[in-house]
Unconditional design. Structure first.
Length: 160
């Protein structure tokens, strides 16, 4: 009987695992510190928000990324409007501007994983830019149209 009690006490006090690298998880929270630093957290990540951007790229760290603003018609710098058609498209797409831009325009197609699928830069002296022979896989794409002073993004669907 004494052996059974000793075995029971030993099994209760013995630990087979060691806990380490613990963190208090949350569903998500935003905190603004007195120093002005914003801390956002999600499950699996707690970090200071940081980003870098220049004229061509924007890099953000971590799981949490800012949402892309997407629309089919947008007012751009100097009241320039852009219409993209057709959507969905097969292998040709038109970008129609409300007035000539007279500057270089960069058009980049991204897949849903953020990979660049197609990129073209051209000088636009007219109101319509047409891209032909867009022979990539069917699916959803994010298209970014950028000039020196503004950028515009839209979701497009490629079909057969």
């Amino acid at each position: 009987m004494v052996k059974k009690i000793a075995l029971l006490l030993l099994s209760v006090t013995a630990s087979a695992q060691e806990l380490h690298h613990q963190m208090v998880a949350s569903q998500g929270q935003n905190v603004l510190l007195e120093s002005g630093i914003a801390v956002r957290q999600s499950i699996g990540q707690q970090s200071v928000i940081g980003s870098y951007s220049n004229n061509q790229i924007r890099v953000e760290q971590g799981f949490q990324q800012s949402a892309l603003k997407m629309s089919t018609n947008a007012t751009l710098a100097n009241d320039i409007k852009i219409t993209v058609y057709p959507n969905p498209f097969i292998n040709r797409i038109n970008f129609q501007f409300s007035k000539p831009l007279n500057e270089n325009v960069s058009i980049t197609f991204f897949d849903v994983l953020g990979r660049i699928i197609y990129a073209k830069e051209s000088s636009l002296n007219e109101t319509t830019l047409t891209l032909n022979d867009l022979n990539f896989a069917d699916g959803k794409y994010i298209v970014k149209v950028a000039t020196k002073n503004y950028y515009y993004t839209i979701n497009l669907l490629k079909t057969q």
